[in-house]
Design a protein around this ligand. Structure first.
Ligand SMILES: [Zn+2]
Length: 213
């Protein structure tokens, strides 16, 4: 355990990060969502500690907290708590990504549907290979094609006025946004020289100044 454990957790975190990179192309979620997902993708294995300490006697199975019941608890909590929704939804996502990989780790498998069903589920190691390939290809295709044009806003806390602060037709990444700017005009250069704040610069950059003739 001391030799393979750290590598196993590193691979769990890397796999989850790969999945989250795909998700980040599709949804516009706050950073705490992704941090929570990464932490959960590793921290769920802390439930093995009582087993390793011999507190639960001999058990052939992974702890039952390694099941969709745990995911359901966090999803229920996220629907109940508006304030912590992003973090709780992130934890649920991280758990799903963790269990998806545990399934392919061979014996003893995962009791996915506990307590409805006590059977352990196992899949071939190719499942894990497939996860890596699908996540990587999906991310590369979406980034190179610049898709989607707009991301779905998720878990954003509404501003005091009740609206979500967002630009219409906002591109998926800040890089895309930067490339969409019009060339700097002479009045923008003048504005820069006068020390105008950046908000003013964008306004000036979008105004077209008719040229002579
Ligand atoms: Zn695990």
């Amino acid at each position: 355990m001391w030799t393979t454990g750290p590598i196993d957790e590193l691979v769990h975190a890397s796999t989850a990060a790969l999945g989250l990179l795909v998700l980040a192309r599709l949804i516009d979620a706050p950073r705490r969502f992704y941090v929570a997902a990464l932490i959960a993708s590793v921290a769920i294995d802390l439930d093995h500690i009582p087993l390793y300490l011999g507190l639960l006697g001999y058990q052939a199975q992974r702890p039952v907290t390694h099941s969709l019941s745990t995911v359901a608890v966090f999803i229920a909590a996220s629907t109940a708590s508006r304030r912590h929704r992003a973090v709780l939804a992130g934890l649920s996502t991280g758990l799903v990504l963790h269990f998806a990989r545990d399934l392919a780790e061979g014996y003893p498998g995962v009791q996915v549907l506990w307590p409805l069903q006590g059977n352990s589920w196992m899949v071939s190691y190719r499942w894990f290979l497939g996860m890596i390939i699908v996540f990587t290809v999906a991310r590369l295709v979406l980034v190179s094609a610049g898709l989607p044009h707009t991301r779905i806003p998720a878990f954003r806390t509404p501003s005091p006025s009740g609206s979500i602060p967002r630009f219409p037709g906002r591109p998926a990444t800040s890089g895309d946004r930067r490339s969409g700017l019009e060339p700097l005009g002479p009045d923008l250069e003048a504005a820069r020289g006068s020390g105008m704040p950046s908000g003013g610069q964008v306004t000036v950059a979008r105004r077209r100044v008719p040229g002579p003739g």
